[in-house]
Design a protein. Sequence first.
Length: 168
Amino acid sequence: MKINERVRLAAIVALACNCLWAAAANAQQPTPAAMTAAREMIASKGGMAMFDAVIPGVVESVKNSFIPTNPQLSGELNEVSAMLRKEYESKRSEMQDEIARVFTKHFTEKELKDLTAFYKTPLGQKLVKEEPATIQESLQNAQSWAVQFSDVVLARFRAEMRKKGHAL
């Protein structure tokens, strides 16, 4: 994709986002107390860690979009990239607010406070510590199970199609 196409695409995305933001602005906004409760809950469970790579990833992605057509500028692009990663670290709080808004849509202020209290307990801290490993292991097990199940479904398809006179 050429730079002009990217600029055009970015303009279209920006326009669409502005329309969505306007619609979202008209929706009921969370109270400051609910936002505070959501931020505390996110912090207590270490919920922002999964988003730590977003800002540097966006900066790198944009930098990498320039390199194919400007390989001679890679050194300077790397310098700008490093500068922008530092400059935009402060955007993390904006991202946290967006995530907090999502939680306020799904949980009441009291529920968010209860979740925060839970995440501060020994069991809550154990969940924070162990959850990434349990999710990864669960996904691996589900993938293995799906591969084995795929063999069962494949055999059944063949059997049913054989009944219809087709050899697959």
